[in-house]
Design a protein around this ligand. Sequence first.
Ligand SMILES: [Zn+2]
Length: 243
Amino acid sequence: MELLCHLLPNATFLQLENWLVDKIKTQITLIVSSVQAVVKCPVCNQPTHRIHSHYGRNLADLPWADYSITLQLSVRKFFCLNTECKRRIFTERLGDVAVPWARKTLRLTEKPTAIGLALGGEAGEDLSQCLVPVVVKPSKRSLTPSRATWLVLRRPELREPDDEKLLTLLVAQHPSLAEAIKLAQDFASMVRQRQPSQLDPWLKQTIDSHLSPFRRFALRLREDYNRLVRKFATPSGPGFGQR
Ligand SMILES: [Zn+2]
C-alpha cells in the first residue's frame, strides 16, 4: 500500500483508500480521495474549506506493465465564501493531476504527446500505442444510430480512412445491413448526382428487397412520382397554359 501511494500522480493531496486488481481484465483500480483541506475558488481565488458535496470521477493513468490503471477518485464541490464572487459553488481543482472534466491524468496525456513530438506522425502514434497499450484507445465516438446514418450517407470522397474501416466493420459484423447500406447509398448518390434515369431501377430493386422500411419508402416514392408524371402529362395540369 505504501509503495502504491508513492506512485500516485500527486501524493500530497491524493490519499489512497483502497485498490482492486482485476486479473481477467488486467486492470488495477486505485480508490483515491482528494484531501486538500483548503482550496481556492477558480474565479476570485479566495480560499475556502466549506464543502458542498462529493462526487466520483474516473481517470485513466499510466499503465503498469500489462495492467491499465484507473483512479477512482472522490472529489468535492466547495462553496465560495466571497459574497461578491459570481461563482457560488465550484469543483475543486486537482493541480497537476488532471484538468477539470478530463478523463485522463495529465501525465498520461503528456506521454503520447512527448512521443509524438519526438518521432512525429505515424511512427510516434504506433510507438505510443505499443507503450501505452490499453488506456490510449483512439478517442472515437460511439456508433449511435445517427452517426451510423451519417457514416453511410456521407459522400464517399469525404469519408476519412477511419470511417471506411468502421463501415467495413459494420457490414462484416451485421451482414444483414449490407443491403440496406447499399440501397441507401445508391439513393443518396442518385439524388446528389441528379440521375433521374436511375430512379426506376432503384425503385424496382428496393420494392423487391426484404427490407420493409425501404420497401414502404420506395412504394410511397413511386406513388408520388407517378402522380407527378400524370399531373404534368395532363394538359390542364400545372406547367401548361401559364405563360
Ligand atoms: Zn469565488
